[in-house]
Design a protein around this ligand. Structure first.
Ligand code: 5GP
Length: 188
């Protein structure tokens, strides 16, 4: 996706510890034209996988997931990082956050993830793969099936893809960062 790659090179910023800041167009301020193109590309890549639900995790996965859901004409559900007091019937897992360096609980209602679901998981970043593996755990607890995972940006040097591919799931990333050292963004 040239539109995305050019934007990363133009507006992305490297931070210590292998963090790429893209908060002027993905993580804080958002570019709907770019997000629309991202949703369209995910829809094209996963068109023939028999997906019936898109799943993501709040907050930054919601925008690309809703755009993909729009193009695929599918419902979108997001896993929550805080449990609402009124919520019953939940599935819970724990995820280690790479950017915040702590563990947090992620939940989803059993009402919206069921054994009938064939799920496409969409998120903003693939780093070490912890968030994605947490989602896979929720999908397994629900008896649902994970058919694919789509990421806007994959940081290949953090090797999350390795663990995900061991689960035999299809992994697609729209831009792959090979290196962020010395303050320079190197895309594949
Ligand atoms: P993982 O669980 O794959 O290690 O990390 C995925 C999550 O951490 C993503 O959902 C994203 O929110 C956050 N993350 C990981 N690396 C980066 C990064 O370089 N930049 C930003 N903005 N978020 C990141």
């Amino acid at each position: 996706m040239d539109l995305l790659k050019n934007r990363i090179l133009q507006d992305g910023k490297c931070f210590e510890g292998g963090i790429l800041k893209v908060d002027s167009f993905i993580n804080h301020q958002m570019d709907p034209i770019l997000m629309k193109a991202i949703g369209e590309e995910f829809a094209r890549l996963f068109a023939d996988c028999g997906v019936n639900k898109i799943m993501t995790i709040e907050a930054s996965g919601i925008a690309p997931a809703i755009m993909a859901g729009y193009y695929m004409n599918l419902p979108v559900v997001f896993a929550k990082k805080k449990t609402p007091k009124t919520m019953e019937n939940i599935l819970m897992t724990k995820v280690r956050s790479f950017t915040k360096n702590r563990e947090y609980e992620v939940i989803i209602s059993k009402d919206f993830l069921t054994p009938d679901d064939r799920v496409l998981f969409i998120d903003d970043f693939l780093a070490y793969g912890n968030a994605a593996l947490g989602i896979l755990d929720l999908i397994r607890q629900a008896g649902a099936t994970l058919v694919g995972m789509g990421f806007i940006i994959e940081k290949a040097f953090q090797e999350g893809r390795k663990d995900l591919e061991q689960t035999n799931v299809r992994v697609e990333s729209l831009a792959i960062v090979d290196d962020l050292s010395a303050g320079k963004i190197t895309l594949r």
